[in-house]
Design a protein around this ligand. Sequence first.
Ligand code: HEC
Ligand code: HEC
Ligand code: HEC
Ligand code: HEC
Length: 201
Amino acid sequence: MGSMVRIVTGFAVVCSLTLGGALTSAADSAFKYIGASKCKTCHKKELIGDQYGKWEKAGHASAFKTLLGEKAISVAKEKGISGPPSEAAECLKCHATAAGLGPNDVEKKPLDNKDGVQCESCHGPGSGYKKKKVMADHEKSLAAGLVMPDEKTCTKCHNDTSPTWTGFDYAEAKKKIDHSIPKDVKGKYIEVEKAKKAEGK
Ligand code: HEC
Ligand code: HEC
Ligand code: HEC
Ligand code: HEC
């Protein structure tokens, strides 16, 4: 009888763990990927700091293009990959945000491998936080899925499983991709924008 109770309890624990797991992934997928072109609407503006333009110019936006180059082809050969690296899941997983996403992970249009490592690889899927009023409120943004990246965000890709790995200095790397909001605007963008419009600028 005692052992029966234990088995039943054990079964219940397994059930609740399984259910727990399912709930967690459902909660994760509540937020969908929208793609950098959607962030561009607001984050290409000079007033907010043109994060989109900075991303476009730095390496992440062209991470897919890198897979089309000579070096990538020889790196892939060394790894025993037979087809082109631009089609190899083993390479795409770090070189393109789109690569890891299924139809249920995106809001409307699927993301494109060609857009490389996009905003949401670091900031989390944007469907929940993309509205201006949400974005302007730090706590609300976090609750709606926004990630403020830290070193762990980077080392998902910048680690020794990268075939061209030469090390990673977080402080240096963060400086290189800096796309800060200007100090006089940070936290009050909507007001500043309104004031500018009222002045007719
Ligand atoms: C989804 C994978 C991924 C994540 C996450 C990621 N990176 Fe990268 N990063 C890459 C790839 C791939 C390249 C190579 C791009 C190229 O040149 O093709 C790269 C290149 C870079 C470069 C050199 C090119 C440049 O833009 O100047 C820096 C610096 C960098 N990453 C910093 C970071 C930092 C800081 C983080 C975390 C906040 C981070 N990365 C997160 C994949 C990633
Ligand atoms: C674990 C994540 C990861 C995987 C998997 C990965 N890369 Fe990368 N790749 C990076 C990062 C991060 C960088 C930029 C920094 C570096 O070189 O480590 C990069 C840079 C590169 C570069 C530019 C290096 C240079 O010196 O110019 C090439 C080429 C490249 N990767 C090819 C590939 C190929 C081909 C594959 C598949 C066989 C692949 N990568 C798989 C993360 C990855
Ligand atoms: C490789 C990772 C990575 C990518 C890609 C990336 N960001 Fe960021 N972003 C960061 C990091 C790191 C910070 C600084 C976080 C901090 O200081 O705590 C940041 C901060 C920001 C900030 C806040 C700046 C401030 O002054 O508070 C904005 C806005 C932003 N990113 C927008 C974007 C947009 C829009 C894109 C795409 C066009 C993008 N980011 C792509 C890593 C990334
Ligand atoms: C409708 C306009 C709009 C869109 C679309 C948008 N943002 Fe924002 N974003 C803002 C505004 C406004 C702020 C707040 C600026 C301020 O007052 O500091 C902001 C702030 C941020 C911050 C800093 C948040 C904080 O609390 O420190 C990040 C990071 C960010 N956006 C990333 C993104 C990313 C990534 C996307 C696309 C997935 C995106 N945004 C789409 C308008 C937008």
